[in-house]
Design a binder for this molecule. Sequence first.
Ligand SMILES: Cc1cc2nc3c(=O)[nH]c(=O)nc-3n(C[C@H](O)[C@H](O)[C@H](O)COP(=O)(O)OP(=O)(O)OC[C@H]3O[C@@H](n4cnc5c(N)ncnc54)[C@H](O)[C@@H]3O)c2cc1C
Length: 388
Amino acid sequence: MASVNTSDLYHELKRAVRDLCRNFPDAYWRSLDAERAYPETFVQALTQAGYMATLIPEEYGGAGLGVTEAAVILEEIHRSGGNAAACHAQMYIMGTLLRHGSEEQKRKYLPGIAAGKVRLQAFAVTEPTTGSDTTRVKTLATRVGNRYIVKGQKIWISRAEHSDLMLLVARTMPLEQVTKRTEGLSVLLVNLKDAAGHGLTIRPIRTMMNHATTEVFFDDVEVPVENLIGEEGRGFRYLLDGLNAERILIASECIGDGRWFLERACRYATERVVFGRPIGQNQGVQFPLARAYANVEAAALMVARAAQLFDSHQPCGPQANMAKLLAADASWESANAAVQTHGGFGFAEEYDVERKFRETRLYQVAPVSTNLILAYIAEHVLGLPRSY
Ligand SMILES: Cc1cc2nc3c(=O)[nH]c(=O)nc-3n(C[C@H](O)[C@H](O)[C@H](O)COP(=O)(O)OP(=O)(O)OC[C@H]3O[C@@H](n4cnc5c(N)ncnc54)[C@H](O)[C@@H]3O)c2cc1C
């Protein structure tokens, strides 16, 4: 892959992902959705094709590509009607280990992940009582000799049942003992297989869409000190570093969703005849689709810009946040327009519009809610006073 030029790579990658996704048609995702089952075969196919190792450098067995290419992969999965939420975290979680992990940690874990033998796709930040206010997380990792003893609870931890490793954000110093609330947080790599039955309990949460999310309880779970990523107490900074990649990649999924909704809606609007003509001949049907299309394409430009900045190691906080905001809004607008265009059939499972509608709704809330992005832009870009 590394030998071809950027534009060839872009088209080749798009085509290859689309070909892979053809083996996982609407009916595949629909039946998993009905059963709330994990798309194991799809994740395996993606892993075997090397896509899950996109961001892992070649020296550790990965493809050594950037967020731009990872975004193309995720967008195409969503554009094909699938859902990459089952595995996308492996792409952006990797960044924390890559940027802040020790050479020893990278050599220990990355080749196995690149080869598809080990999965690192759970990322545990959110807690039931702290919500978006991450610095108030209460899960405590207390150092005792050469181990941390972890006590606490996390919620909405996706894919924990389908991962071998989890990146955990915990306090290594309680909030009351730090001078700045961003201090005292640390990132630990938890081996979920070792911890299962030794203080770790995972409980699935059934949600409005198929997402394999869970509650995780830590009751004196032991984590070896060598699993600390970077320096103790500096975890908040490592967390912020990874968020830009996460926002860009989730935004690319929204672009894929938006394009899928519009393609399906336009097809239906052309075929469906009411009052003796295709419904798509009515401007009342055309205009919401045209507006949504313009917004999806504008958002796609912001996603590409943010990815380009990220890959060239330039600051991209504003662009990554705006990409996520605009793309999530555009996919939600497209979803609404697609349901409206389909009339009653927008609600029928066999058309898949209602499934994708439920799936894309998530991105107004997770991984960061729209209000929190607006607050970021207001404070950090426009220089307005901090509101919280
Ligand atoms: C399906 C799913 C999967 C998830 N996967 C993961 C995961 O793998 N790992 C993980 O760590 N987390 C995960 N999350 C958690 C997700 O990141 C949070 O739900 C999200 O960040 C919002 O936090 P909250 O739910 O606690 O909402 P809250 O923080 O309680 O906010 C509730 C509402 O109030 C608004 N609000 C709060 N404060 C302000 C303010 N100051 N100004 C304006 N509005 C405000 C928010 O915008 C939101 O609309 C997942 C969530 C879901 C639903």
